[in-house]
Unconditional design. Structure first.
Length: 308
């Protein structure tokens, strides 16, 4: 039996509030009007300076913003949120190509990334993984509240510290992705085996949504209820009602995720300031949940990758 690496061995924040040191800069890419940071906003905002880029509203303006970000490289961490767009129809959503530019820049510069929903698809695509529509593999959509099972890697990864597999997570997707090369699968459900992954030291992709609030669930049902029309297993009213029960626990899990990711962003920022990009010096044992991963390199994008 393997001995689990302590999942709570975070590096302390070397620049607490009030120290006069500028906080690390966190870039957040938004791909939908109601797909927001949710319960991640407060804990991440307490540790980082958050800058939001809205991808979907004005593609031309967004492209100019991306040009500026790529030129300046002025961020220490990246969160890529979900949205109704799909990489399967990427030609209909030109802003997705701009988001991919930032994701690839972050990968090349060893910047911490957290991709959620569509954001996880964008990260997996950038790492060369195939992203696909569930119906092409005989799978229906996954909507509502379902528990996820952690893999052996997931059980020792800091983002899932305190995670109970009986707790239900919120799901809203009809597409998925293959595990990127050199990535670790962290979580799965009976329908979709790739629910969460980690690549390298601090690149994470989550198919499910820890960040939702009860209001967000209600808004998604009101706005995207058509997605549920073909699923006889899902009752929208019950989905919203269950949020009252599950969201308080989900908020605790999101805070654990936010704490570790903020630690990663802070450490990456410190590395850059001291010219230690990509190094492991000063990282305490257990910080990443395993000693490996620093030597992972992104593979070439798959020419026929498809996602949603």
């Amino acid at each position: 039996m393997k001995t689990a690496v302590p999942a709570h061995s975070f590096t302390p924040d070397p620049h607490p509030a009030g120290s006069g040191e500028a906080p690390p800069r966190l870039l957040v890419l938004e791909h939908g009007t109601i797909e927001q940071l949710g319960t991640l906003e407060e804990p991440l905002g307490a540790r980082t300076a958050i800058r939001h880029l809205v991808a979907y509203r004005d593609p031309v303006h967004y492209a100019r913003q991306v040009d500026s970000v790529v030129h300046a490289r002025d961020f220490d961490g990246l969160v890529v949120l979900g949205g109704p767009a799909t990489l399967v129809d990427k030609h209909l959503h030109p802003f997705l190509d701009e988001s991919l530019r930032i994701v690839r820049l972050a990968l090349r510069s060893d910047t911490p990334i957290l991709g959620i929903g569509l954001g996880a698809h964008l990260v997996a695509w950038s790492l060369g993984a195939r992203v696909w529509t569930g119906r092409t593999r005989g799978k229906g959509g996954e909507y509502g509240w379902y528990p996820v099972s952690l893999t052996d890697r997931g059980k020792v990864d800091p983002v899932f510290h305190g995670f109970r597999e009986i707790d239900s997570m919120f799901h809203w997707h009809g597409d998925s992705f293959d595990l990127p090369a050199k990535a670790w699968g962290l979580a799965e459900t009976h329908l979709y085996t790739q629910q969460a992954f980690r690549w390298g030291r601090w690149v994470y992709g989550l198919q499910f949504h820890m960040e939702v609030t009860g209001q967000m669930v209600a808004d998604w049902v009101d706005t995207f209820g058509d997605d549920l029309a073909f699923s006889r297993r899902v009752d929208p009213d019950i989905m919203v009602a269950k949020a009252v029960r599950y969201c308080p626990t989900l908020k605790l899990r999101a805070e654990t995720l936010a704490k570790h990711f903020a630690d990663c962003v802070q450490h990456a920022c410190t590395e850059r300031k001291h010219g230690q990009r990509g190094g492991m010096a000063g990282v305490p044992a257990g910080f990443f949940g395993s000693p490996a991963g620093a030597d992972s390199k992104p593979s070439r994008p798959c020419a026929d990758s498809r996602t949603r």
